[in-house]
Design a protein around this ligand. Structure first.
Ligand SMILES: [Mg+2]
Length: 200
């Protein structure tokens, strides 16, 4: 089994969250996953006020997760769609609840809209904001024993590695300082290669 994260791996969370904040503060720059400089402060742009507004708005936005833009390419979605019944892939996310469908259902609908049918999704606990880095993804991994994990969150990657799991950590700017034995910093295509997901 492969554990695969959603936001920052397949889904473009940073851009969607930046847009939410812009509705309250037009001076918020549009920051994408590829340009997000650091996990904590987004290069100093993510003030507490913006962060709180952003999460409070996400919570009351109907089906926010279902409407997130894609981050991965259509080729990657096709590759996962073709492989995920042969190589079990568990999509593990710590998304927070919003208005509308459950996180589980929103994530399934989002993946199915990209051709990945009947995906296995599990929602891991995070903190109320879903972003402090404390999560129990590694605890879930101890139960399922994935042979490979694909993640963009620095703390999640460190937790996986500390628990003895191999991690492909996506090479976005905010992961540049995250290093530990078992963590391989790479792009998504390289991660799928390492995970043994066949090319189409
Ligand atoms: Mg993520």
């Amino acid at each position: 089994m492969i554990f695969m994260d959603l936001d920052g791996v397949l889904a473009e969370f940073c851009e969607a969250f930046s847009r939410v904040i812009q509705t309250f503060d037009p001076t918020m720059p549009l920051i994408t996953t590829a340009t997000q400089p650091d996990w904590g402060t987004w290069g100093g742009e993510m003030t507490d006020e913006r962060l709180n507004y952003g999460w409070e708005t996400v919570k009351v936005t109907k089906n926010f997760w279902e409407r997130a833009p894609s981050l991965a390419s259509p080729e990657v979605f096709a590759r996962i769609a073709a492989a995920h019944k042969e190589i079990p892939i568990l999509f593990v996310t710590s998304r927070i609840p919003t208005a509308g469908n459950s996180v589980q259902r929103q994530s399934i609908n989002w993946l199915e809209a990209r051709g990945i049918l009947d995906p296995l999704v599990i929602v891991a606990g995070g903190d109320a904001r879903g972003r402090s880095g404390k999560t129990d993804k590694a605890s879930i991994a101890k139960i399922w024993s994935p042979y490979f994990t694909i993640e963009d969150g620095p703390q999640n990657a460190l937790d996986y590695a500390a628990a003895g799991f191999e991690v492909a950590l996506l090479d976005w700017p905010y992961t540049k300082d995250t290093k530990a034995p078992g963590i391989h910093r790479c792009n998504l295509t390289e991660a799928l290669e390492m995970a043994g997901v066949p090319l189409l």
